[in-house]
Design a protein around this ligand. Sequence first.
Ligand code: ZN
Length: 438
Amino acid sequence: MELTLLGTAGPKGWPQPFCTCASCLGCTGPVVRGPACVLLDGTLLLDCGPEPAHAAARAGHPLTGVRRLLLSGPAESAPLAWLPAAGLVEVIAPSGPPAWLPAPSAGGPQWRQVAEEDTLDLDGHRIRVLPGGTPGRVAYEVTGTDGTRLLYAPPSTLPPEAEAVRAWTREGGHYDVVLLDVVSWPERLATLRRDGAVTEDTDVLAIHLSHESPPGEELHRRLAAWGARAVPDGGLVRVGADASPSPRPHRTLVLGGARSGKSAEAERRLAACPDVLYVATGGTREDDPEWAERIALHRDRRPDTWHTAETVELTRLLAEARQPLLVDCLSLWLTAVMDTHGAWDDARWAAGGREAVRADIAALAAAWRACRVPVVGVSNEVGSGVVPPTPAGRRFRDELGRLNATIAGESDEVLLVVAGQVLTLRSLPSPRSPWACA
Ligand SMILES: [Zn+2]
């Protein structure tokens, strides 16, 4: 199966016309994206923008061989003014034709209204209509002449119920390529992974990009963390032949100051992964409403499928983990380690406390290196501000600096979050095998 992505944005495109946001003003040239539209094997068109013929011509694929258009939503919401001149054999949609469209007797295309679970054989492609998450919207599964399978699921077309997704894959196994609004809803990718519809061999392509998506390289960095990718408009994808996304990082350290957005970034990195174990190292603090509020805020942000462990026994967890881990955060872990060894006290620090703390850090680093599941750790970047007034404060600042440097040295990817912006400090290629997301 061969796809040409004629458009990869949402209905308004990216840039959104006349929008003055920084993202839209900066979106010029080859990164301009039109409304979602996919040309499949030169004969089928999945959804369309207002001028698919021009998009196709720019991509070097005239639409003269296209026989059918498949719409995923209501005809009224699709820009179909070009349709009467296109000479298509048939339009397939979950709704009836718009009133203005000429009847087939007057030169208009045949219109076939489909319902969930309909199966059609068209030009060698087997099409299955999948139940949409919203009335009037459907997703499509396409099996090509070579047996490769595609899932096309624009927004509002994926049912939230896991059982419905499982039913899709019961017969055919995983999809070879999935087109999905990954950026707005990475949790849906997690659902597809959990139910076996998406595996490490699936090429996940982001569609419905918009000015809400992160601009520039940040888009590609974020998608890569989710095991997905974005291709430019006009991009050609040979299903099963093109390389799948580059492997996701195995061990990631996210650094940042207070309220920098480091925890949100760490959570985002695992958002397309089902069954993450969130490791809260801060524990519970009785009679501290501010702490309770912070914890509640963090918890509300996390998907329901994630589990939480409140523990400082990180070294053991890293060795035993069988699911992806998010550790928030290493600075609180260090606080607990210093508590354990009485390291705040000058005399105890001098009498073996230092060695005990550093032994625990070395053991953590060894466990981090040996960890067999994806792990994302959060830590505070301190030491750039005022010098702490007490010896104990300075000691903690110094040991945290050492801890961060040690863990960073054992990580494939190190990020620094400043004012919500992510800087990549280190990005090393990592092998495929450690990822066992599902
Ligand atoms: Zn905009």
